[in-house]
Design a protein around this ligand. Structure first.
Ligand code: FES
Length: 280
């Protein structure tokens, strides 16, 4: 069993969970993910690692409380346990000295882009961070990004902080930075990944995204996380999760992600977990 060390909502609907998982923490690298189950009868869901502490033996994930299982995870109190933390899974983000890198994170992706930005900085890159949210009150961990970034830039849908609008304004942001960008890395929801990739395509900047399709085993066995990248079929869990955003078949991915939308919203009372007395 894996003990909950910290559990709190950091901004509305976005939750931070730190779990005791020493074997995972020892091996974790930026860009990898874990698969969790909130209870014995629960589904397995993949969540990107936002941080870890090998010495303390803990890993931290940040997620949007949006469906049945994330609701269970968000309800966990410190000291409770969950039955499954599998990982670290997936390939680590390729950290090299690229030159100048723009790290873009939105929603839960603000959390998972952080260790990537930190590692890029440590590898000698000049790091700019672009954070995207509906409104200013949804940003978090800004002091962490300030410490490792040349500049932290914001885009908000309602214009309460930084640029007003969506990530479509990326070309303008890049132009205003006034420095050549060698690579863009995006973490966040599939819409953000797609729109960010679309926006960077005309700029000709290599753009890498961390895909988040539905997964079951996370080890290449079930095929559920199948994505099309260029002409190839790839499994996001073992070939990714990072892929060239300009090569991903976004329409297919967005379609496949909707497969269990209804089930995600099934209320707790119909859950087998409750039937079995399983309390998250
Ligand atoms: Fe099963 Fe990737 S999650 S193959």
């Amino acid at each position: 069993m894996f003990r909950v060390v910290a559990s709190r909502m950091i901004v509305p609907n976005v939750h931070l969970l730190t779990l005791e998982a020493p074997a995972v923490a020892r091996e974790a690298k930026p860009g990898q993910f874990v698969i969790l189950r909130a209870c014995e009868e629960g589904e397995r869901i993949p969540l990107s690692l936002s941080d870890w502490d090998a010495e303390m033996g803990t890993v931290t994930v940040i997620f949007l409380n949006i469906g049945f299982t994330t609701n269970q995870l968000a309800a966990l109190e410190e000291g409770k346990t969950i039955p499954t933390v599998v990982g670290p899974l997936g390939n680590a983000t390729r950290i090299e000295k690229y030159g100048t890198v723009l790290c873009l994170g939105g929603c839960y992706g603000i959390g998972s882009i952080f260790p990537i930005a930190r590692a890029l900085k440590a590898a000698g890159n000049r790091v700019f961070t672009l954070l995207e949210a509906r409104s200013a009150y949804l940003f978090y961990w800004e002091e962490r990004f300030e410490a490792i970034s040349e500049r932290v830039i914001h885009i908000t849908r309602d214009g309460t902080r930084g640029y007003r609008g969506h990530i479509d304004r990326l070309p303008e942001v890049v132009k205003d930075l006034g420095v050549p960008i060698d690579r863009i890395i995006i973490n966040g929801c599939t819409f953000l990944l797609k729109r960010g990739s679309d926006a960077s395509r005309p700029l000709g900047i290599s753009t890498w995204v961390s895909l988040n399709p539905i997964m079951i085993d996370g080890t290449g066995m079930c095929g559920v996380c199948r994505v099309t990248v260029g002409d190839a079929t790839r499994f996001a869990c073992v070939h990714g999760p990072d892929f060239d955003g300009h090569q991903v078949n976004w329409e297919e991915l967005l379609h496949r992600r909707k497969a269990y939308m209804v089930e995600e919203e099934v209320p707790f009372r119909t859950s087998r977990c409750n039937d079995h007395g399983c309390k998250a």
